[in-house]
Design a protein around this ligand. Structure first.
Ligand SMILES: NC(=O)c1ccc[n+]([C@@H]2O[C@H](COP(=O)([O-])OP(=O)(O)OC[C@H]3O[C@@H](n4cnc5c(N)ncnc54)[C@H](O)[C@@H]3O)[C@@H](O)[C@H]2O)c1
Length: 253
């Protein structure tokens, strides 16, 4: 087990990629804190982890609100006594270019995707310093290459890459490693929904698969495996990295 007895907070882990990562982290022996706005799905994730003999709790949190983040961190410390891994995964996507993005939409995306990383990092760092823990942030291939109709989303994901590198320098002296993951497309219920809403779902799926040189998209588990590696002692000399987990789509298509 790569993460035996480590305490890992994973944001946005009620559903999608975060849930897949939570299942991998629990399998690797971590005590997983499921942090999300969605209470029903969060409790369901806790149930599934427990059915697999894993350990987890759900803490309902709005990651854009400072008081909520502070309270979530206190709950984790009161429950488990320490934090080893702060995995900032939560994020939201809107498909719009800058000209048609409203100020509210811009603020919503930047607050959800980037401010949440700032807040969770800020309030977990004092605890990570004690455990020589690590931070993992969820960026995207869009943080590395351009994508049309993704103005606010691109800014948030590029911001995460830059913030990751900066924080890795600031906190290396404390033994805290900070890395981010840049997935290509990942197979989640939302992505399946998106395929089904296209004029020709099969054709859309084949096209998206084909732009990834490995000719498919990732599973949530594959993202979880990369995150578990970065969080483990096997990655003890890796910090400040933006790791593509994308079947080489970010190399160009
Ligand atoms: N799905 C993909 O293909 C893909 C590709 C690259 C990167 N990503 C990134 O991976 C991450 C997860 O994406 P996903 O596809 O699993 O999305 P998702 O919508 O399935 O899951 C995101 C979760 O975050 C939660 N969340 C959103 N705002 C929140 C807030 N303010 N407070 C607490 N919880 C909140 C949601 O309730 C949801 O459970 C995101 O950062 C996304 O940008 C996804």
């Amino acid at each position: 087990m790569k993460l035996k007895n480590k305490v890992a907070i994973i944001t946005g882990s009620a559903k999608g990629i975060g849930k897949g990562c939570a299942l991998v982290f629990a399998k690797e022996g971590a005590k997983v804190v499921i942090v999300d706005l969605d209470e029903k799905s969060g409790e369901q994730t806790v149930k599934e982890i427990s059915e697999r003999n894993g350990t987890s709790i759900f803490v309902k949190t709005d990651l854009t609100k400072v008081a909520d983040v502070q309270s979530m961190i206190s709950t984790v410390i009161n429950t488990y006594g320490q934090i080893d891994i702060m995995f900032n995964n939560a994020g939201y996507h809107i498909s719009k270019n800058v000209e048609v993005t409203s100020e509210d939409e811009w603020d919503f995306i930047l607050n959800t995707n980037l401010k949440s990383v700032f807040l969770c990092s800020k309030y977990s760092i004092p605890h990570l310093r004690k455990t020589k823990g690590c931070i993992i942030n969820m960026s995207s291939m869009v943080g590395l290459i351009g994508q049309s109709n993704a103005g606010a989303y691109s800014a948030s994901k590029g911001g995460i890459v830059a913030l990751t590198k900066g924080m890795s320098l600031d906190f290396a002296k404390d033994g805290i490693r900070v890395n981010c993951i840049c997935p290509g497309w990942v197979n989640t219920p939302l992505v399946e929904d998106w395929f089904s809403q296209q004029k020709d779902p099969q054709k859309a799926k084949e096209y998206i698969y084909s732009v990834h040189p490995l000719n498919r998209i990732a599973s949530s588990e594959e993202i979880g495996n990369a995150a578990a590696f970065l969080a483990s002692s096997e990655a003890s000399f890796i910090t400040g990295v933006a790791l593509p987990v994308d079947g080489a789509v970010s190399l160009g298509y």
